[in-house]
Design a protein around this ligand. Structure first.
Ligand SMILES: Nc1ncnc2c1ncn2[C@@H]1O[C@H](COP(=O)(O)OP(=O)(O)OP(=O)(O)O)[C@@H](O)[C@H]1O
Ligand SMILES: O=P(O)(O)OC[C@H]1O[C@H](OP(=O)(O)OP(=O)(O)O)[C@H](O)[C@@H]1O
Ligand SMILES: [Mg+2]
Length: 336
């Protein structure tokens, strides 16, 4: 029997390990009663949630068709596989792993070809001189079509599209297609660049189609029953608390006077907030500050007369109405 909320997570490889670790940091521990080959599981203290272990590509499909409420998959697969993505899914949160760029790459030996405009020239040339179209090997057929169809902007500063080409569908080892004579150029993902380089391919300078990473995604056409909504709220609240805690540092400092002025100043300059309000006289001020503003903030607090300053990382920060929860509920149709 399926449970009210289906969470689809990758069944193997890099994405699976990273996704599991991400949920665990938010206190959501996956259970898999029948071992790693069981493609159904749960979350330790949330009996309403069923985990479906699927391939990253199936997760995109299930999110689009209503077979999963929430899922973890790459943005590249969402954009490629779901034509009307905006109406079917909602990308809730980038997850900081599974980084890969979808790129147009050509043989390094093509020394005069460095841009999409150059590639368009090659395509025109092939057509004129050899009566054939440029062959593009890829599994990202839709992303390729929409990227190649792009026309120069009116001001002439946009990149060129490519007109004469055909797709050679490739389901794997795409980078090998040019050397094998099966295609002229490729569109594929790259992360370290090692595979492109090993196959003597180079990325065109304006040929990055998408910078992708894994996202937490909601499927808008799933059965969002009250029980599913309640479970989703619990999951997203925990995730939001963990994500918020990672983004900030807690800074504490005591001021003998003028703390109100300090509060206004650090809010304006560093986006540092006092989650518990101004301190009672004689007690320290607690601030939550973006991690990247930490050291300038400390300098500013010192200059404003702070005594000892402590900095702490927090485990979780639960805030009322976290944006992540609002992002889901704003995207869903009103309660059933
Ligand atoms: N080398 C990589 N580095 C980072 N992310 C990647 C890499 N290869 C693929 N991905 C991302 O992982 C997701 C799944 O990729 P893919 O379709 O290749 O699945 P897979 O090959 O079955 O899984 P994996 O390669 O993780 O074992 C995609 O969103 C993709 O962008
Ligand atoms: O830029 P790089 O770091 O070299 O990574 C890019 C490669 O990684 C992926 O392959 P993967 O290892 O997942 O094998 P797969 O083709 O079986 O998915 C992808 O399909 C590229 O070929
Ligand atoms: Mg792969």
């Amino acid at each position: 029997m399926t449970r009210p909320l289906i969470l689809a997570v990758p069944s193997k490889g890099r994405l699976q390990e990273n996704a599991q670790a991400f949920f665990a940091r938010a206190g959501l521990h996956f259970t898999r009663p029948n071992g790693a080959r069981d493609y159904r599981g749960g979350i330790a203290d949330l009996p309403e949630v069923e985990i479906a272990y699927l391939s990253a590509s199936d997760i995109a499909n299930q999110l689009a068709s209503g077979g999963a409420h929430l899922g973890v998959t790459g943005e590249d697969l969402i954009r490629e596989q779901i034509p009307d993505a905006a109406t079917r899914v909602k990308l809730l949160q980038p997850l900081g792993f599974g980084h890969a760029d979808v790129v147009v790459a050509a043989p390094k030996a093509w020394i005069d070809v460095n841009t999409m405009a150059d590639l368009d020239d090659v395509a025109a040339d092939l057509q004129r001189r050899h009566g054939r179209r440029l062959r593009v090997a890829t599994k990202y057929v839709n992303l390729t079509h929409s990227f190649f169809a792009w026309k120069d902007r009116a001001d002439g500063r946009g990149r060129a599209g490519v007109s004469n080409y055909r797709i050679v569908e490739s389901l794997g080892a795409t980078e090998g297609a040019p050397a094998a004579g099966a295609a002229d150029v490729i569109v594929d993902i790259t992360s370290t660049g090692a595979t492109l380089s090993a196959n003597a391919l180079k990325i065109l300078s304006d040929g990055v189609i998408l910078r992708s990473q894994a996202h937490l995604v909601a499927g808008l056409s799933a059965d969002w029953s009250d029980a599913a909504r309640t479970a989703a709220r619990v999951i997203l609240t925990r995730i939001a608390a963990e994500v918020r805690a990672r983004e900030i540092r807690e800074v504490r400092a005591r001021f003998d006077a003028g703390v109100e002025r300090v509060l206004v100043d650090v809010a304006a300059r560093f986006d540092a907030r006092a989650p518990f309000g101004p301190p009672a006289p004689g007690t320290p001020l607690t601030l939550h500050a973006p991690k990247k503003a930490l050291f300038p903030l400390i300098d500013a607090l010192t200059a404003a007369g702070a005594g000892t300053i402590t900095v702490a990382t927090l485990e979780d920060v639960f805030e009322p109405n976290p944006p992540l929860v609002a992002a889901l509920f704003d995207a869903l149709p009103r309660g059933n």
